[in-house]
Design a protein around this ligand. Structure first.
Ligand code: FE2
Length: 314
């Protein structure tokens, strides 16, 4: 039998899974999947549509200076060197398509979740890898699927906020679900930090929180390697449908008081609204457009070199 990835499940972990922010202990950080050699290999073989690289002004507190970039003509080790010296944040999507070990890791994680929380009923899951420069932040945002965050190397502080108003305004959530706004478009007020759950996480720590809970991250003064998993369950899908339909109703009918119930006739009428909107092509697909205006360059200040801007869609 293989060693478990999550090393401790308390009754509280099981009872509160997906309902509140929780910290778990894990040993995925010991895996050779996260050695410099494997990460460098992964970076070199990850296709353009499967990564993001961002930068922003040092000390930025909001998204206004955030930029999207590209990685070109660099070895994976050069990129890791640029992360260590510079001010960049890299997210590698679908790593399991390049190195199958990540797929086994993801399967094992979810079989452990399912074993301890049988009601979870995951029908879609994915894994992404984050490699980030010392002190770089991830701005306040929410994600649309169930999320876990696994710390592999370095240290970061994660602030998790309640998933209701004013921390998560319903119209803003709907815009994200309708693909009209980026996840980091949520309004953020520093005063809300008083109600946040904060966790400083080190290698061997994992966090999971309730659906849509907004969060932001401050990386420590060191290179950080982490990975996230995302999962879709019937609950996640039902919430998506309700908020999608509410977004359409708010726009087309100017309705402002919208229920978030996920069962019964109200839910089914919303399901019909979504189906109708899709068939009428009222909503655009989930294609995303980016303006790329820098390239990672280990010789440039912050390892960020300006390039003529171009548009990239994925
Ligand atoms: Fe997130």
């Amino acid at each position: 039998m293989t060693n478990p990835i999550i090393t401790e499940w308390t009754p509280h972990h099981i009872e509160a899974f997906g309902k509140e922010p929780l910290r778990f202990n894990h040993q995925a950080h010991l895996s050779p999947l996260f050695s410099n050699e494997t990460l460098a290999d992964l970076i070199e073989r990850t296709p353009r549509e499967s990564y993001y690289v961002n930068t922003m002004k040092r000390g930025a507190k909001d998204r206004s200076s955030r930029r999207e970039g590209e990685i070109r003509n660099l070895s994976g080790l050069d990129v890791l060197d640029a992360v260590a010296k510079g001010h960049i944040w890299i997210m590698l999507l679908n790593p399991e398509k390049v190195i199958s070990g990540y797929s086994h890791l993801l399967d094992q994680i979810y079989s452990e979740f399912q074993e301890h929380v049988p009601s979870l009923n995951v029908f879609k899951k994915k894994i992404s890898i984050l490699i980030s420069s010392p002190n770089i932040p991830v701005f306040y945002h929410c994600d649309l699927a169930g999320q876990t965050l696994w710390q592999v190397r370095g240290e970061k502080t994660v602030y998790v906020y309640p998933n209701y108003e004013p921390y998560l305004p319903q119209p803003n959530l709907e815009k994200i679900i309708l693909n009209e706004a980026h996840e980091i478009s949520l309004p953020y007020d520093q005063a809300w930090d008083n109600v946040a759950s904060s966790f400083t996480i080190k290698p061997g720590d994992m966090l999971h929180w309730q659906l849509y809970a907004p969060h932001r991250i401050q990386n420590g003064n060191c290179v950080n390697v982490s990975f996230t998993t995302e999962h879709v369950t019937p609950t996640v899908r039902r919430n998506f449908v309700v908020n999608y339909a509410n977004g359409i109703l708010r726009r087309t009918l100017g309705v402002n008081s919208l229920s978030q119930t996920t069962s019964g006739p109200q839910y089914w009428s919303k399901l019909a609204t979504v189906a109708a909107a899709k068939s009428l092509r009222l909503q655009k697909g989930r294609e995303q457009k980016f303006k790329i205006d820098f390239t990672v360059d280990p010789a440039a200040p912050d390892c960020v070199r300006d390039i003529p801007a171009y548009q990239f869609s994925k």
